[in-house]
Design a protein around this ligand. Structure first.
Ligand code: UT7
Length: 324
């Protein structure tokens, strides 16, 4: 059977690690509120000299070295970001392509918010059925640049970071992506936005800064509904039960969302990998950053069955069932 597998994965996190208590020095918030409402303690924030592409490139260089794939071998670079280097052209994928010298690849950005890595895996799987060449899937997010640092309802939630994965044809037809579900419920397109695009400008003299807006409660309600639904559907489609699944790797938005999904599914919380406490919500980079974290902790073994679930603006969502 033709399958596509993740041959290697790396992440990059900016050096500056900020604790909740650092934020409460200048903002009307507290460590207690942030921990009790989100589970977040720390987030990494990019330095002035960094950009979404520079973070992505750091992760890409590492994964190329790890897998022994040369940049010239890449057939495609799929890059997920909600914070592109430029708004919106050239694509950040092309910026990364140029920097690493992947001159035989096609570069394409994915706009699917926090579901972007899940989408990227499935798009890579589909493209590779025709062009059987290595594909790089990158997720890089610098939400600190589009956050209103006076808005306590959003600014405490996000962190910066990037990750990159090399996808190859499965060596044994067993390991790899078994199935993906990709969905979008655009009736919720207004509950999570980065304002400041052409629709919000009224003339060429406008210079509206990009700023994130979120109706947190609506996103929360959506997330606790779709997280169990995606997991259940992927298991059902493949004749699996929760006992067959080794790990669920959800988008790391809020500990309470994961806790609620575990309760609704009647699954022990220990099935879910959770690291939101250390990195906050890094949008589409959160799932691949979690996978790297799991590898570092020795939690992922070849043959493990894992389900990823991403959800965010759009409202885009989906999941991948992967045999690691
Ligand atoms: O990756 C994209 C997906 N995004 C998400 O998954 C986010 C989903 N939403 C959430 O995680 C939650 O809705 C939040 C964490 C954003 C908010 O939690 P909540 O329990 O819905 O809080 P709330 O917005 O209802 O606010 C409760 C109170 C309010 O005060 P009043 O009006 O009751 O007096 C807020 O002003 O908490 C206040 N508050 C804060 N207090 C201290 C809001 N943010 C803060 C804060 N520090 N940072």
């Amino acid at each position: 059977m033709f399958r596509v597998y993740i041959a290697g994965i790396s992440s990059y996190l900016p050096e500056n690690c900020v604790h909740n208590n650092d934020l409460s020095e200048t903002l009307d918030t507290s460590n207690d509120w942030i921990v009790s409402h989100t589970g977040i303690s720390y987030r990494h924030l990019a330095a002035e000299h960094e950009s979404p592409s520079s973070m992505g490139i750091a992760a890409v260089k590492d994964v190329l070295q790890k897998t022994g794939i040369a940049a010239e071998e890449l057939g495609m670079i799929l890059l997920s970001t909600t914070t592109p280097d430029y708004a919106p052209i050239p694509s950040t994928a092309c910026v990364v392509q140029d920097a690493i010298g992947a001159k035989n690849a096609v570069g394409l950005d994915i706009t699917a918010a926090c579901a972007g890595f899940v989408y990227g895996i499935e798009l890579a799987r589909a493209y590779m059925q025709i062009h059987q060449r290595p594909i790089l899937v990158v997720a890089t997010e610098m939400l600190s640049r589009v956050t209103d640092w006076n808005d306590r309802k959003t600014c405490v939630l996000f962190g910066d970071g990037a990750a990159a994965a090399i996808l190859l044809p499965s060596p044994d037809g067993e390991r790899g992506v078994v199935e993906s579900l990709l969905k979008s419920d655009s009736s919720g397109k207004d509950v999570l936005k980065i304002e400041g695009g052409c629709r919000t400008s009224t003339s060429h003299t406008d210079n509206i800064p990009l700023t994130i807006f979120m109706d947190g409660k609506s996103v929360f309600t959506f997330a606790i509904r779709i997280l169990p639904a995606v997991i259940t559907q992927l298991m059902k489609n493949n004749g699996l039960t929760i006992d067959d699944i080794d790990w669920i790797v959800p988008h790391q938005a809020n500990y309470r969302i994961i806790h609620s999904a575990a309760n609704r599914l009647g699954v022990p919380e220990s099935k879910f990998f959770i690291n939101v406490q250390n990195f906050a919500n890094t949008a589409s980079a959160s799932i691949p950053i979690a996978l790297v974290d799991m590898e570092h902790r020795g939690l992922l073994k070849p043959g493990h069955k894992i389900i990823t679930v991403g959800f965010g603006a759009g409202l885009c969502y989906g999941g991948n069932l992967i045999i690691w």
